[in-house]
Write a protein that binds this ligand. Structure first.
Ligand code: GDP
Ligand code: MN
Length: 445
């Protein structure tokens, strides 16, 4: 993505992905129609339109608000590349131009309730519960404009291009000289000169009203970004219309999760239907969960320990299925829930628990796992490494429970075993042999 463009010279691909993954988890992503509403509040030009959740509503908006003029019908799905996506029902494209009421009805009907698969969504796609109907813009040119928080310059950076509409990654690959970056000193703010400079760089003619409108939009977007604790503002395409207006034809806003307490109105717009259900479930219980693509489920306390646990799994040739941090002071109920989430995930072939009990007591961890195991069974092999406060009590609880877990003292050994077990299960699955790893008969190694 955009950040990868900025950082590509400095970071390896794997690290970039890990960082982007981590950053996603700390951001609120809202729908295009919500982004446009927020932008309108800052005087930023957006197309006339309305979000709908039924075909009848779409008809009403098309007739009464858009006066049966040409309209763009846009699936509200939290993913980029909707235009090129395909719905699970076979309907192609999450963005369509409608010129008749029949079109509007057909497109809306084909999108609502369906899952849109894009190059970002994963094969399951993301459900489309709402559709945005907007006036069609007659575009002379499509440009690209974004502002994001940048790690390297430790502040906002504007990324802009006279070439928009297509993916900015593609522009970066084919025409890197057409991408301009402008770091902003957050203490100084955005100067008139910098805003005007961006307007020029995206191809607007200095001295014209259109250029002034472009510079004005840059300033308003920057003001909004700071005021709303946004970490990303991305407009692609930014339209220059035939009649010389500058309009945000698409909008993507992300917000800093740490600002939730002072951006309550925005955070109330979170749409859980668009997120990884594992992450949503974890969030409800205040667990820090990030889904990954591997097969070893990790339950850890503290982000640092989570990172090192994932690193050591990689070092031993394994692949983590997630990053689950129960935090420094998790309750038995939270641990119970964490275990349930790992157990329910079909990707997870073995669970590795790595807890260093400081404030967190090892016996609370053990009790949480055992209470979950009693309720749902222990269907997956579990390697458990506990150290620190009340570790002896924890061991006693586990022994008395009758559940067999592979209890080890050292992290390296724990990781080696988890990787070995995950590999056995995976190899068996690859050749379609059904292995039952039945914990009660699964002897401690
Ligand atoms: P994305 O694919 O998820 O980024 O969705 P967009 O909102 O960017 O829409 C996809 C493409 O549809 C854009 O890149 C434009 O080329 C086109 N598009 C969107 N709105 C309009 C419009 O009002 N007029 C015209 N002519 N094209 C539009
Ligand atoms: Mn777009």
């Amino acid at each position: 993505m955009f950040r990868a463009i900025i950082n590509s010279a400095r970071l390896s691909g794997a690290k970039q992905k890990a960082l982007l993954r981590g950053q996603q988890a700390r951001m609120l992503n809202v729908h295009e129609y919500i982004s446009m509403d927020i932008m309108k509040g800052y005087g930023i030009a957006t197309p006339t339109g309305q979000v709908v959740s039924s075909v009848d509503e779409a008809e009403h908006v098309y007739v009464n608000m858009l006066n049966k003029g040409d309209a763009v019908v846009k699936a509200q799905v939290l993913s980029g590349g909707r235009g090129l996506g395909t719905f699970k029902n076979g309907f192609k494209g999450g963005v369509h131009l409608a010129t008749t009421l029949g079109d509007v009805k057909k497109f809306t009907e084909s999108m609502l309730g369906q899952h849109l698969v894009t190059k970002q969504s994963g094969p399951a796609g993301i459900v489309c519960n709402k559709v945005l109907l907007v006036e069609r813009l007659y575009m002379r040119r499509e440009m690209y404009l974004s502002i994001m928080m940048d790690r390297t310059t430790q502040g906002p950076i504007i990324v802009a291009s006279p070439v928009g509409g297509t993916s900015i990654e593609d522009v970066a690959a084919s025409n890197p000289e057409k991408i301009f970056t402008e770091p902003i000193d957050i203490m100084e703010g955005l100067s008139e000169e910098a805003a005007a400079g961006i307007a020029t760089k995206i191809g607007l003619e200095p001295g014209t009203a259109t250029h002034a409108a472009g510079a004005d939009m840059v300033k308003r977007l920057y003001k909004m970004m700071i005021a709303t604790d946004a970490t990303l503002v991305e407009i692609n395409p930014l339209a220059e219309t035939n009649d010389g207006r500058i309009v945000a034809a698409d909008a993507k806003l992300n917000f800093d999760d740490n600002a939730e307490y002072r951006q309550k109105q925005i955070f109330a717009k979170r749409d859980y239907t668009q997120e990884d259900p594992r992450e949503v479930e974890a969030h409800k219980y205040d667990l820090n969960y990030i889904g990954l693509s591997g097969n070893i489920g990790c339950m850890v306390n503290g982000a640092g320990l989570a990172m090192s646990t994932m690193d050591i799994i990689k070092l031993k040739g394994g692949d983590p299925a997630n990053f689950l941090d129960v935090g420094g002071g998790a309750t038995e109920e939270q641990v119970h829930k964490a275990f349930e989430i790992l157990n329910a995930d079909p990707k997870v072939k073995t669970i590795l628990v790595n807890i260093f009990g400081g404030i967190m007591r090892c016996d609370v961890i053990a009790a949480g796992i055992l209470s979950a195991a009693k309720q749902i069974g222990m269907k997956k092999p579990i390697v458990i490494r506990l150290q620190g406060t009340n570790v002896d009590e924890a061991q006693k609880l586990i022994q008395a429970s009758g559940f067999r877990m592979i209890v080890v003292d050292e992290l390296e050994e724990a990781a080696t075993k988890a990787v070995a077990i995950a590999n056995i299960v995976k190899q068996a699955e690859d050749v379609k042999i059904d292995v039952q790893v039945n914990n009660p008969t699964f002897l401690p190694l």
